[in-house]
Ligand binder design. Structure first.
Ligand SMILES: O=C(O)CCC(=O)C(=O)O
Ligand SMILES: [Fe+2]
Length: 505
């Protein structure tokens, strides 16, 4: 089946962008997907950290035993399996294929035959154009009761293996996911003005081009990155690395983005406190969560032009945000569905250590002018995606487009001048053990040079050491020594940081 799939897209030799599902086919080598050349001409390779979902399965040396043990194989292989099914059932939605896969315990063959025979009755496709706000309170379900990580009370688990739970009500979102959603976040005209501004900007956004195995491929949507000052733009372009490469398209913040920023900052900080009080054990922040104010000093802006544009399941990279990062994500224009699912660890015998229903997919409806806050437990323990849609409601201002602005707090003490460097002398990336029970939740640094075409990653691996407040061990030893005492935030604006400083390593 793999042969068939790859044969389909690799044939002919003419360059064409890969679809999201075909991208998934390349993410894992463990089930025997062959590496094939796929030429996209001479596009420069720009790496983007948001493409984690597509890159996670890049080849590794068998000698890297610790890294091997922290691999995220199952998650990747689900995506590969989905792509296989998609090649056989091109007219079926990803959601239905996933349902079939989950109902058949991950077997592609069984899923294919049940879909073929009509045994897996595809649920009536959820119509993403429905705008009514439903609440789970109207459903009398009998949920199993499971203690979820970081919750003060026993949360009712409503997600089910093999199904998608659709959430619309902010109270349901807060209870069943690590997110908060605020509808009608901005005054209407302000939201529309920001949307117009970003639509204009997005005319020059590009698909991120990156390397997958030995292939150069493109992301299934366009994006750009915004910072407040010219100094920050330069610093970002020259000092920060994303999968072994640098971001080419980094821009100065626009007037509307600037106007909205303090509102996002105030709302996110308020919601962080509410989350801590109402959802975390003993009303205390999580270990490694920063106690200081969340400052949105950077924004990734994504544009999804039409229902097929998407982003695959991934966790956002913590390399420059630090552990337990919080992200404020503003949606404008066409409403789309934001999918989240828990990463459930396995024991040494590869058995799930939790109720399989914990892996059930949850879909959060993101209408125009909604602010979604991904809380501190999100990136380490959950994955998220924007799935391709069957249909969309055109928006009066943006037609088929959705704009998404993810405001992020780049922490000065996670600037690449301070983070560990691998043996290739590149800043390492920060990851978490997600799939394995052993060392689950532990942070580590590793090389990501293997994502540069023609380059191999090195064997660098180092457990990360953060204190209760998420402050890295080098903070005292290195960071404080070389920054203005008592003024850590100033480092991000400091002209001296425009010169890469690697002497301390
Ligand atoms: O478009 C969205 O809502 C999510 C985008 C996202 O996950 C990202 O930028 O990392
Ligand atoms: Fe993301």
């Amino acid at each position: 089946m793999t042969e068939l799939l790859l044969g389909t897209w690799a044939a002919g030799g003419s360059a064409r962008p890969l679809t999201p599902l075909l991208l998934y086919t390349l993410t894992n080598s463990t089930i025997g997907v062959k590496r094939q050349r796929y030429s996209l001409g001479s596009n420069p390779v720009v790496m983007c950290y948001k493409m984690d979902a597509f890159l996670r399965g890049a080849k590794r040396k068998s000698s890297d035993t610790i890294q091997e043990s922290t691999r995220d194989n199952d998650d990747d292989s689900t995506e590969v399996k989905l792509a296989m099914l998609a090649s056989l059932f091109p007219d079926m939605s990803q959601e239905l294929l996933l349902d079939a896969l989950l109902a058949n315990d991950g077997s592609v063959e069984q899923s294919a035959s049940s879909l073929h025979d009509g045994q897996t009755q595809p649920k009536k496709p959820h119509n993403p154009t429905i705008g009514s706000q439903m609440s789970l309170k109207s459903f009398a379900s009998k949920p199993s009761v499971i203690e979820t990580t970081g919750s003060t009370k026993k949360a009712k688990l409503l997600s089910k293996k093999g199904t998608t739970l659709f959430l619309y009500d902010p109270l349901d979102v807060a209870e069943h996911t690590p997110c908060t959603i605020i509808h009608n976040f901005l005054p209407q005209e302000e939201a529309n003005e920001l949307l117009r501004e970003m639509l204009e900007e997005s005319k020059t956004f590009e698909k991120v081009t990156f390397k997958l195995f030995e292939n150069v491929v493109q992301s299934p949507h366009t994006s750009s990155f915004y910072l407040a000052t010219e100094a920050e733009v330069n610093m970002q372009k020259h000092e920060y690395y994303y999968y072994g490469g640098r971001l080419a398209d980094v821009r100065r913040i626009t007037p509307q983005l600037l106007l909205v920023r303090p509102k996002v900052q105030a709302a996110v900080n308020k919601e962080i406190q509410a989350r801590i009080k109402n959802h975390y054990p003993n009303g205390k922040k999580l270990r490694c969560q920063r106690p200081d104010e969340w400052i949105p000093n950077a924004a990734f802006v994504n544009c999804y032009n039409g229902p097929r544009e998407a982003v695959g399941y991934h966790s956002d990279h913590l390399t420059y945000l630090g552990p337990r990062a919080v992200i404020g994500s503003l949606s404008l224009g066409v409403a789309r569905h934001f999918r989240v699912r828990r990463i459930v660890p396995k024991d040494t015998d590869n058995n799930l250590i939790e109720d399989p229903d914990m892996q059930g997919q949850i879909s959060i409806h993101l209408p125009h002018n909604s602010l979604l806050i991904m809380h501190a437990e999100m990136q380490e323990e959950w994955k998220h995606s924007i799935a391709p849609a069957l249909a969309i409601d055109p928006h009066p201002i943006s037609a088929n487009r959705r704009i998404n602005i993810t405001y992020r707090d780049y922490k000065p003490n996670f600037h690449p001048r301070f983070t560990p460097r691998c043996k290739c002398n590149l800043p390492a990336i920060l990851r978490t053990v997600q799939r394995k029970k052993d060392n689950w939740g532990k942070y580590f640094w590793m090389c990501h040079r293997g994502n540069i075409p023609g380059k191999e990653k090195c064997s660098f691996f180092e457990w990360a050491d953060f204190d209760d407040d998420g402050i890295p061990s080098w903070d005292k030893a290195r960071y404080r020594k070389s920054s203005t005492p008592g003024d850590q935030e100033s480092i991000i604006h400091s002209p001296e940081t425009q010169q890469p400083t690697i002497t301390e390593r």
